[in-house]
Design a protein around this ligand. Structure first.
Ligand SMILES: *[C@@H]1O[C@H](CO)[C@@H](O)[C@H](O)[C@H]1NC(C)=O
Ligand SMILES: *[C@@H]1O[C@H](CO)[C@@H](O)[C@H](O)[C@H]1NC(C)=O
Ligand SMILES: *[C@@H]1O[C@H](CO)[C@@H](O)[C@H](O)[C@H]1NC(C)=O
Ligand SMILES: *[C@@H]1O[C@H](CO)[C@@H](O)[C@H](O)[C@H]1NC(C)=O
Ligand SMILES: *[C@@H]1O[C@H](CO)[C@@H](O)[C@H](O)[C@H]1NC(C)=O
Ligand SMILES: *[C@@H]1O[C@H](CO)[C@@H](O)[C@H](O)[C@H]1NC(C)=O
Length: 222
């Protein structure tokens, strides 16, 4: 029997900060060589509370943002488009009602695949946090890992339907719950179900690039 692992969850916006920092580093190396040694990168911790963001407040904008972003990642990884499923949407909404004002950040333990996120600026940014885990996925050693579990569910080829709910959790921001059916992350099926990106837009970050980034970083410091 296929074993289903517990999926992981994400808290935003930790991952999205990495990219701007690396971009700033590379910008300073290639475009502003003289100014690098004096540059101080300040990472501000507290995001503004996005309580009125349309992608969370409006049902239509929410659904369309989830479908668009999900299907952009799926298309890049050779998976068919998913459709919105109201049964899954209702399941996610019921779970968020159950979780209540305490906003316990934990999986429902339900029968579907499930991705969680909290604290991202909008629905698109939440799905991108999941999809961008693909940069850490090792396609030569397919399988489940906490660090890439959202990505593998998102682009799982056998999944056809998605439905999500959201809840505003005070200063922690929006709590997003997405259900996927048929569920992904089935142990033993990763090789067949998670395809490489046909181009480098998602999913492939050559190993030499991170080595080069570390090299550049050391060079700046020295
Ligand atoms: C669709 O999703 C992609 C990936 O998240 C995003 O870059 C793009 O801006 C989105 N397009 C629209 C119209 O929201
Ligand atoms: C990557 O591939 C997908 C589908 O194969 C395509 O829709 C997308 O435009 C491509 N992106 C780039 C940057 O070439
Ligand atoms: C895309 O998926 C189809 C059907 O699952 C498969 O036959 C094909 O080899 C895949 N293409 C790539 C480039 O992975
Ligand atoms: C929506 O998902 C449910 C739960 O898996 C499934 O039984 C149902 O067939 C789906 N609805 C549609 C219209 O496909
Ligand atoms: C979503 O949030 C990201 C990150 O803050 C921002 O760059 C993007 O413009 C926002 N997209 C929409 C459609 O509001
Ligand atoms: C794909 O989904 C079907 C149900 O539609 C299920 O019976 C099958 O086990 C799933 N396969 C994988 C590899 O997830």
């Amino acid at each position: 029997m296929a074993k289903i692992p517990k999926a992981s969850d994400v808290r935003g916006p930790r991952t999205p900060l990495l990219f701007p920092i690396l971009t700033a580093l590379l910008f300073c190396v290639f475009a502003q060589p003289g100014s690098c040694q004096k540059t101080t990168i300040i990472v501000t911790a507290a995001p503004a509370i996005p309580s009125t963001v349309p992608e969370f407040v409006s049902d239509a904008a929410f659904t369309s943002a989830i479908l668009n972003s999900t299907n952009v990642y799926r298309e890049a990884h050779n998976a068919s488009e998913v459709v919105w499923n109201e049964t899954l949407e209702a399941f996610a909404a019921d779970y968020l009602d159950e979780v209540g004002a305490g906003c316990t950040f934990a999986h429902s333990g339900g029968p579907y695949g499930e991705n969680l996120a909290i604290g991202y600026a909008n629905a698109t940014a939440s799905v991108e946090a999941w999809g961008d885990e693909g940069r850490k996925y090792n396609f030569r050693k397919p399988g489940f890992s906490e660090a890439t579990g959202h990505f593998t569910q998102l682009v799982w080829k056998n999944t056809t339907d998605v439905g999500c709910g959201r809840r505003l959790c005070g200063e922690r921001g929006w709590y997003l719950v997405c259900e996927y059916w048929p569920r992904g992350n089935v142990i033993g099926a990763f090789q067949d179900e998670v395809d490489k990106s046909e181009n480098s837009s998602t999913g492939i970050r050559p190993r030499w690039l991170s080595i080069a980034t570390i090299g550049v970083f050391i060079w700046i410091l020295s």
